[in-house]
Design a protein around this ligand. Structure first.
Ligand code: GLN
Length: 314
């Protein structure tokens, strides 16, 4: 379907109105106070198209904790640093387990299934740390996000980062366990320092949709025309988002939405319609797999009305 034939502005508004009426809004994450105190009544959506136009509705300009959505951007940076050697330390298969699960690591000798579960993302943080100190990596990461967004106001929420550290016992366990197999190369507190700060990035839907544009365009930053990643790498990151972006709910998300997407426990989802749009939705209530309940529903309605699923209209 051509872009021009889709009245995006009104579709986004309609979906936001429908989400106000939704009964089951899911449950907000409660492992840290900063997430537990967010109202489940928020809903925001932003769509940036290939012409650079941005359509927003609801709370699209309210910042939220992007949490695991950061795993897409950290992977992009790490691939830039070490290339395909990264795949010696992290797999590319869906896990079928919860985002913070440890069970597969014993059988698979400390090699996480994919970079979008916690264990895999912790290895990615460890890779970013090679030859640098955590503060430098976090600074580079923030610069990268600001460059992709075209907005220098994007920031890390230090209070969230501290809470992540104070409550992140499972992540500490995952990191130590992988270190025992030799797949974490730095002191665990340094690696996790990077990981927790990445998770604590605050962005709004508009900024997040803009940050995803390089995946929509086949790797190019539309602001500068410069390449962020090669078309092949963009395609492969999207493939991972489709197969692994929603943990053990990835099959369900592909079934309902059919777009490469990545969720976070803060209730955000970044979804990409290749060569068409970069989409961010946010609603803090989660389903039983830890993915945004209304975010998923909103994306399902969007693809029904636009025909944007990569599997075709319908
Ligand atoms: N900070 C969370 C964690 O590491 C991120 C998980 C998520 O967004 N699913 O557990």
């Amino acid at each position: 379907m051509s872009m021009n034939s889709v009245p995006l502005g009104s579709i986004v508004q309609e979906i936001a109105e429908e989400m106000k009426l939704a009964g089951d809004r899911g449950a907000v994450a409660d492992y840290i106070p900063q997430l537990a105190s967010v109202s489940p009544w928020h809903f925001g959506m932003a769509i940036v198209d290939m012409d650079g136009e941005c359509h927003v509705a609801g709370d699209a300009q309210v910042p939220f904790s992007i949490q695991s959505i950061t795993k897409v951007f950290a992977l992009t940076m790490a691939l830039g640093a070490v290339g395909d050697a990264l795949w010696h330390r992290v797999g590319r298969e869906p896990s079928g387990s919860a985002f913070n699960s440890i069970v597969q690591l014993e059988w698979e000798r400390g090699i996480p299934r994919n970079p979008f579960i916690n264990a895999g993302a912790i290895v990615v943080s460890d890779i970013l740390l090679s030859h640098y100190e955590p503060a430098e990596v976090i600074g580079e990461f923030l610069q990268f996000m600001r460059m992709l967004t075209g907005d220098d106001s994007v920031a890390i929420d230090q209070i969230v980062a501290r809470s992540e550290r104070d409550t992140g016992f499972r992540n500490v366990a995952l990191a130590n366990y992988m270190r025992a197999f030799g797949n974490i190369h730095h002191p665990v507190d340094k690696t996790l320092g990077v990981y927790f700060h990445q998770c604590s990035l605050s962005m709004d839907c508009r900024q997040l949709a803009r940050a995803g544009r390089f995946l929509m365009t086949g790797g190019r930053n539309p602001d500068t025309g410069l390449s962020v990643v090669t078309p092949q790498r963009a395609r492969r990151i999207l493939a991972l988002m489709m197969t692994c972006g929603h943990y053990d709910g990835s099959g369900e998300f592909a079934h309902r939405v059919g777009l490469p997407g990545k969720s976070g426990v803060g209730g955000g989802i970044l979804a990409i319609a290749p060569r068409i749009a970069s989409i961010a939705v946010w609603s803090p209530g989660l389903n039983d797999r830890g993915n945004s309940q209304l975010g998923t529903l909103a994306l399902e309605r969007l693809v029904q009305r636009t025909g944007w699923s990569v599997f075709g209209p319908g």
